[in-house]
Each structure stands twice: as C-alpha cells, then as structure tokens.
Write a protein that binds this ligand. Sequence first.
Ligand code: NAD
Ligand code: ZN
Ligand code: ZN
Length: 346
Amino acid sequence: MKALQYPAVGAAPVVLDVPDPEPGPGQVLLKVTAAGVCHSDIAVMSMPAAALRFPLPLTLGHEGAGTVEALGDGATGFALGESVAVYGPWGCGMCHMCAQGKENYCLRAAELQIFPPGLGAPGAIAQYLLVDASRHLVPLGDLDPVRSVPLTDAGLTPYHAIKTSLPKLVGGSTAVVIGAGGLGHVAIQLLRALSPARVVALDVAPEKLELAKEVGAHEALMSDEKAALAVKELTGGRGAEAVFDFVGAPPTVALASACAGVESDVTIVGIGGGSAQVGFGVTPYDAAFRAPYWGTRAELVEVLDLARDGAVSVHVETYSIEEAPRAYERLHAGQVRGRAVILPNG
Ligand code: NAD
Ligand code: ZN
Ligand code: ZN
C-alpha cells in the first residue's frame, strides 16, 4: 500500500510503498477514507533525534477515518464496511485515567510504549490503518468522513480545552482564541455553540482573520504588540474570562497572559515552546493556567454529535496521497485555510 512516511530526522515526508498491514488478535483494519494534517506533525519533524520517543520511519497522520476492512480474532463491535473515526490518544485501557475514558492522560502509555497512530504507531496517511482495539473507534454514521476527520483532533482538542472553562463563559464574558488555523477555527465555532461569550480571534494572517469572522468570531484582530491592549479595551479593562492559545510560542503565551482577567482560564494548547510566568502580582488574581492534551473518547462522541447537529463544520482542503507532501509544505507556510485532509484511496 501507499503511505506517507517521515523517513529520518530532518528529512521531508515521502510517499512510499510499504507492506499491507494485517490485523492481529483484537485489532481492526481500516481502509482509510480521510486523514487530517496537523501542525503537531511539523513539530515532530522538527525534533532532534534525542527528543524522539519512537523509531523512524514513521507513517504520519493522527487524524483518521475509514471503513472497517477486516477484524482480527476476537475484535467485535463493528461490521465490515462500517464508517468510523479513530480516537487517537491510545492508552492502556486499564489505569485510573483510562478507567475514566481519559486515555489521553493514560498513566502507563509511555512505560508500555503505547503510541497514537501517526505519533509513534503507523499513522492514517496510508491506504490502510491498523487500529489496536475496537474501543478506539467511534461510528461516523452518515457524517461525511472528509469533513469529520479533523474533528478527531482539531475538534476534540479545543472541545476538551473549552469544556473545562464553560462555567466562566457566562453572559457578558469574553473568550480569546489565538491562532485561527486548524484547531482555532473549530474552537471559535465550539465557543459560539456552547457559550454566550463574545469571541475575539487573534492571528497574524489577514486570510485567517477573515476565516475567523466567517466561522463566527465577533472580533478578529491582528496578533501584534497592540492586541492585548485591544482586548483590554474591548472588555472595559477587565481582560478575558478565558484565553485559548493555539500557537503556544513565547510571544503568544505572553499575549495570552496579558489578555487574561481576574479568575480567568489561560489554556495553552499550541506546542510552540512557550511557557507562562505565574505568580502573585505577576498574573491576575486567581487566574488558572493549563496545558491540556487532546481529549477523551466520550468528548469525541460529543464533538461528532455537535457536527451532526450542524453546530461545527470544518473547512477542509483535500489532497491525494501523492500530493500529501505539498499539504505539509502549505501548512508549514501558513497557507492552509482550515484543515488539510488527505484522501489516501482517492
Ligand atoms: P495551524 O498551522 O493550522 O494553525 C496555527 C495558526 O496560528 C495559523 O492560522 C497561524 O496563522 C496562526 N499563528 C501563527 N503565529 C501566530 C501568532 N504569533 N499569533 C497569532 N496567531 C498565529 O496549526 P494547528 O494544526 O491548528 O495546531 C495549532 C497548535 O496546536 C500547534 O502548535 C499544534 O502542534 C498544537 N496541537 C496541540 C494539541 C494538544 O493536544 N495540546 C493537539 C493538536 C495540536
Ligand atoms: Zn494533532
Ligand atoms: Zn492507561
């Protein structure tokens, strides 16, 4: 089969022929219908060898959807041909976190060398994908897999981040979204669907600000040195009740902190290497700073239900598997509008 692989540290991703996978006991083989391209892959491909926790080559793609092609011995719960989305943050299934459905926070995944597809295990940008257990699958029903596949990360991750802050997002509140890319443009829609908060989007690219407005941001402003002041002005000097940073670089974490109000939540989702300074007199009284990871399987079910209700709709650009390297180039250059999605089987 064809697969998009990251072959070696510092090399560009390439499309290669690799052996067709076969499902072992309990595993499910999917014929991939769609696979999303996430900025985290670019972060992985920028890591030095010492920071990589898994061997290369790696088949990329941690947002996957497909149809059930074959069931390994003992695998149950899905019928051949059924359309499914993959819950990516695989855990041990047994520890205290996994027992709560929070496999994203599995306490034993590192020790047991359990990796998400595309982030250690072979990923979804391939014609076929092996899924370790049927509990990692969620039925898509009649949802379009191409427009739904980004919801497994670009939807689930902001949903998980936003859900915790909902008690603070009451009438008259303000939520700031930094970075209106793959995750950010879904975050804006989720905030609009789930809360009465005024949503202020900040980005460095005019076309991303346009997209932010199109998907429901009340305000869309340049993310520059004047942005924090603009947010303070918009909030009568109070600052925002919640700030979601989908870049996570040193300047955006500083900006996120500067936009925050008393008792606010500052949530750093982007993995751009920034870190916040927190302390009495440095941060507003009782502001909470968090850096969450992905989301739970139950939350993925909820996000897909929101899509089914029409509350969120991902903007996608589609590519064949041969064009997949170009999708990564465009993402790296900040040119993707919404999410790039690869169609490995055409
Ligand atoms: P993306 O490239 O689609 O979007 C990033 C957006 O940020 C772009 O619109 C870009 O123009 C904008 N941007 C860049 N610099 C900016 C700045 N200084 N101020 C404001 N906006 C700026 O990326 P994505 O796939 O949406 O991922 C976003 C981030 O989230 C990445 O760092 C990714 O690795 C991370 N991520 C984290 C998790 C998690 O679980 N914590 C999950 C998925 C992705
Ligand atoms: Zn991702
Ligand atoms: Zn676990």
